[in-house]
Design a binder for this molecule. Structure first.
Ligand SMILES: Cc1ncc(COP(=O)(O)O)c(C=O)c1O
Length: 510
């Protein structure tokens, strides 16, 4: 029996919602089929990773919408119009030349999960809004803690990504330091008078969200002490001296943040060495493994995360090297008691009395209230593909990056920044005819921009020792090396052409 009367004339609204009438079921199926067709046709027909539409033309198209129409538009017509603006001008993350960022293609099974997530619209804050989903998220979180080698006291919470997980790590580090060393409860009392002396140490290669977190946490970006310039591997040599120097100045080092997979170079810290040093001084150790954490699924590379189970907290992102649709992140803490620092009870949502009934309300360990059931995506992925296949995909991308780096190394028109640590390749166009760093930088920057604005390739950029570099982020396990080799040829030709023009216009000394 339908709980909504399909014949009711008074409730015309019902056709706009998913509900249990057969009319809606038919409409829902037809729309889903239509969307699936349009999306797959778009991806199939997209020869370049980007249409190359200019920012101006896109703004004009966006402005052509009346954003507050009084009367709605038929779905087909609306879909056509939006696809003209949005679908056709999307970056295709499935294209092998979409290689700027840690921005992955997604598994089909995860897209199925997305449909389930949005259709059922469970909210992870309380059990009574997501009963089965709560249990899957909790159990999967615990299983992932074990996978990394954490003990029974560990726990995890799904987050919107690396930014939020890093923030949570530093939030708990700050509050724990304050409680343990100053008997000061930040949750209740706000920042202690000593807060201006708190220092967070990290490598200069740490993600910018470490400084951002310090700022939001009321410690200020200046509380972040960055060490080591050249490589992440320098940090273990300088860390102890940095801690001693800070203490000698009367400052209070509270945490050390290291990285397993730096954004540009994929470098992975020597976690065991860091732990040995930071623990001596009672520092909270947070590892940002947003990128490299997925190596745990690779039989060949998981040993590179050795020691990770000893750290206090950990950032993992499934929407990077685990091929999930955005967003899907995880925050792990070695000692679940640390979640007490953010635990709050609201009578309407998660009263303490729920616990007597064995009910868990996940809001107690999250800084979000309403939250999507993103855990379903890695859950279904792992069930459908199995760990081995995912590991093989990761291994393939690492091999590919090494092969491409080798080509770059052997070409006098390129300078390779380093041997890929995971699957990013950082390099730059160069020529014997250039003796001016500014011009060389200009050429590399123009190369990136030209490729983007023609839609030929979306590649990354970064700076190292004041030199502009280009970056390939080879996350996509469907990418064949010949496609990247042909892009390299293209970059070299365009670089030579730009150089010739600059010489013609006298920008370079003869
Ligand atoms: C090492 C690292 N940490 C954190 C982040 C931020 O993650 P998110 O974009 O998922 O918030 C990134 C993003 O690329 C990253 O590379």
């Amino acid at each position: 029996m339908s709980y909504i009367d399909p014949k009711s004339a008074t409730l015309d609204f019902k056709k706009y919602f998913l509900n249990n009438t057969s009319e809606t079921a038919t409409e829902y199926r037809s729309i889903v089929a239509k969307v699936a067709e349009v999306v797959s046709n778009q991806i199939k027909s997209q020869e370049k990773p980007y249409s190359g539409a200019s920012p101006d033309s896109l703004r004009k198209l966006a402005k052509s919408f009346d954003f507050f129409p009084n009367q709605g538009t038929d779905f087909d017509e609306l879909f056509e119009k939006t696809s003209e603006l949005i679908l056709k001008n999307n970056i295709s993350v499935y294209h092998p030349l979409c290689i700027a960022h840690l921005h992955c293609p997604t598994f089909v099974v995860s897209l199925a999960a997305e449909m389930i997530i949005s259709a059922f619209n469970q909210s992870m804050d309380s059990f009574d809004q997501a009963p089965a989903a709560t249990m899957i998220e909790q159990e999967l979180g615990e299983a992932i803690c074990k996978l990394y080698g954490f003990g029974d006291e560990s726990d995890a919470t799904f987050t919107g990504g690396g930014t939020m997980s890093n923030f949570m790590g530093l939030l708990l580090a700050r509050d724990h330091y304050s409680q343990q060393n100053l008997s000061w409860n930040i949750q209740k009392q706000g920042l202690p008078p000593e807060a201006s002396k708190f220092r967070i140490i990290c490598s200069s290669h740490a993600h910018f969200t470490i400084a951002q977190s310090a700022s939001i946490l009321g410690l200020g970006e200046n509380a972040v002490i960055k060490i080591g310039n050249e490589s992440l591997l320098e940090e273990k040599k300088i860390l102890e001296k940095t801690i001693i120097d800070l203490k000698a100045q009367g400052l209070l080092p509270i945490a050390y943040v290291t990285t397993a997979g730096t954004t540009d170079y994929g470098e992975i810290a020597d976690i065991e060495a860091i732990v040995a040093c930071a623990k001596k001084y009672n520092l909270w150790i947070h590892v940002d493994a947003a990128y490299g954490g997925s190596l745990i699924f690779s039989e060949t590379h998981r040993h590179r995360l050795k020691g990770i189970q000893q750290v206090d907290s950990l950032t993992i992102d499934f929407h990077k090297l685990f091929f999930q649709p955005i967003s899907c992140g995880l925050f792990i803490v070695k000692n679940k008691a640390m979640f007490e620092y953010i635990r709050l009870h609201a009578d309407y949502l998660n009263p303490e009395s729920n616990e007597e009934h064995g009910i868990i309300d996940l809001v107690s360990k999250s800084i979000q209230t309403t939250r999507r059931f993103d855990a379903l995506k890695p859950f279904l992925t792992l069930q459908h593909l199995g760990v081995q296949k995912i590991g093989q995909m990761i291994d393939y991308t690492i091999k590919l990056a090494n092969e491409i780096a080798e080509c770059i190394k052997n070409d006098p028109n390129f300078e390779l920044a380093n041997v890929p640590a995971i699957n990013t390749v950082v390099f730059r166009y160069t020529s014997e005819e250039i003796n001016d760093l500014a011009i060389e930088n200009e050429i590399n920057n123009e190369l990136k921009m030209n490729l983007l604005l023609t839609g030929e390739a979306i590649i990354g950029q970064t700076y190292l020792r004041e030199k502009a570099f280009l970056k390939f982020t080879l996350l996509n396990p469907m990418t064949e090396s010949k496609v990247i080799k042909s892009l390299l040829k293209n970059i070299k030709n365009q670089g030579n052409e730009l150089l010739k023009n600059k010489m013609l216009f006298g920008q370079l000394q003869e």
